[in-house]
Design a protein around this ligand. Structure first.
Ligand SMILES: [Zn+2]
Ligand SMILES: [Zn+2]
Length: 489
């Protein structure tokens, strides 16, 4: 979904993980197969087109505090890449401390450094675990965790806003790139701070323990894991509920949207290396052509979804990269395929991954080639499941607050979000992630009338209507959390 206008941006359109709805993400991956960022990746791709069924209209929104909007613009102008969120996390930690939260920083440090050493061979300067946990105890009651993510993307900003980013940085895998908050995590952080303020101001209305976390590296699908592995649920009060939101590039600002049950997909990244035998293009009988074998694999993979998945279930197998050869008249030694695999159900996921291994092996054998290497990135992004009872509770409260016309229930999307990890531990904590509209109502109406696509998440031109999205997010999130506190454990 990424459609950067600059040539330099095309190099960034590789793969990645995480995140919300719309848009492919781009950890730069010029080396394709050998770049660990590629195999870690898993991207998101919700449609940016305005759903025909949408009936949401503009809502009157009271503005957020001027200094919060200033914080948003500051965060937007100074984006930091995954696992490099040093300044961002320090700003959030300082804000939470000033509100009276007990704040812990640096959560995930050991895990991140071990992962970098394993995948990249070394820990590049500035790379670390920047997770923040802020706890506020307010009497007996449930424990509610609110999560924001903090990282930006290797995308060159082209929004034209006065506070646009001009930052360049090196990714944790060592690729230099312009950086932009193209997924709206700056909106998430601002709403997170605003929600903390709102809940502190309304302390008399709720009882319980608030655990607010700022998570690094959502975009590469690893930040939640790093925080969990570093004792998020053992060193801090264990939540009864986890909640988060993502800005939506296809919902009008002032409104929210949600799915109950499955909301976002399992995101797997698979690398297949086909081994042939290189030779002269004019004497193919002396070679084993990995391009031909790879082509058969790509074609056969199409049968997995069409012939093996129950038509009432959903899945995607997309070959996003096929690389082989350098010249007209040389048959190369190998070909590599990079595949993204999406599913909801864990059994479907296992069937797809087994199927890819089986097809790759079978095709190679059919052509007399050695067995291909098939590697599935271990740290995949699991599907997001919105606990139906919790969803009913929080969305009921939000509906009451915003009004029925501004809350839209919608089908799940095939994007991924590593927020799902918080619900997948042994604690089995009910969790909900909802959408907060980010499109100015006039632009939304225009797109709806013309049928044109809006800029998706991860687009270099995605500029959310933050002045309406931020107060709406704060309103929705604080309402949801108070409803959870009132509802008990
Ligand atoms: Zn995101
Ligand atoms: Zn994203």
């Amino acid at each position: 979904m990424l459609r950067p206008a600059l040539i330099s941006a095309l190099a960034l359109t590789a793969v990645l993980s995480g995140c919300g709805g719309s848009g492919g993400q781009g950890e730069p991956a010029p080396k394709a197969t050998s770049d660990p960022a590629v195999s870690t990746a898993a991207a998101t791709d919700a449609p940016a087109a305005v759903p025909a069924a949408a009936t949401l209209t503009a809502r009157t929104v009271a503005p957020a505090d001027a200094d919060l909007l200033e914080i948003y613009r500051k965060l937007h102008a100074a984006p930091e890449l995954s696992f490099e969120e040093a300044k961002t996390s320090a700003l959030l930690a300082q804000q939470m401390q000033s509100m009276g939260f007990e704040v812990t920083t640096g959560l995930g440090e050991d895990w991140v450094k071990a992962k970098a050493t394993k995948d990249v061979g070394k820990v590049l300067p500035g790379v670390g675990g920047y997770g923040v946990v802020a706890v506020l105890r307010n009497g007996d009651g449930p424990t509610v965790l609110i999560r924001t993510d903090m990282d930006a993307l290797p995308v060159p900003e082209q929004t034209g806003v006065p506070f646009a980013s001009t930052v360049r940085a090196e990714t944790w895998t060592g690729v230099n790139s312009p950086v932009m908050h193209a997924c709206g995590h700056d909106v998430h952080m601002t709403v997170w701070l605003g929600t903390a303020r709102a809940l502190v101001a309304q302390k008399s209305k709720w009882k319980g323990t608030l655990v607010m976390i700022a998570q690094p590296a959502e975009e590469i699908g690893l930040g939640a894991k790093a925080m969990i592995e570093d004792g998020l649920f053992s060193r801090f009060p264990k939540p009864d509920y986890n909640i988060a939101f993502h800005i939506a590039a296809d919902v009008p600002s002032g409104s929210v949207a949600y799915a109950s049950g499955w909301a976002m997909a399992n995101v797997d990244s698979v690398d297949v290396t086909v081994h042939g035998r290189g030779g002269h293009g004019a004497y193919p009988q002396t070679a084993i052509d990995p391009i031909l074998i790879g082509s058969h694999i790509v074609t056969a993979l199409q049968s997995l979804v069409s012939r093996n998945v129950n038509p009432l279930d959903s899945a995607v197998v997309t070959v996003g990269s096929f690389k082989a050869g350098a010249k007209h008249n040389i048959i190369p030694d190998e070909a590599t395929l990079l595949i993204t695999v999406r599913s909801y159900d864990d059994k479907t996921r296992a069937m797809l991954l087994d199927g890819i291994r089986r097809i790759a092996k079978g095709q190679a054998e059919a052509f007399g080639a050695p067995e291909p290497d098939v590697s599935v990135e271990e740290d995949y992004t699991p599907a997001t499941y919105n606990d139906p009872a919790m969803t009913a509770k929080v969305m009921g409260a939000i509906r009451k607050k915003l009004g029925d016309a501004y809350v839209d229930e919608r089908p799940p999307v095939m994007g991924g979000e590593d927020f799902s990890n918080y619900a997948r531990t042994a604690e089995k904590i009910p969790s909900v992630l909802f959408w907060v509209g980010g499109v100015a109502p006039d632009k939304y109406a225009e797109a709806k009338a013309s049928g044109e696509s809006l800029p998706s998440l991860h687009s270099s031109t995605f500029a959310p209507d933050y002045e309406r999205a931020i107060p709406t997010g704060i309103d929705a999130m604080s309402t949801a959390v108070i409803a959870l506190f009132k509802g008990g454990k």
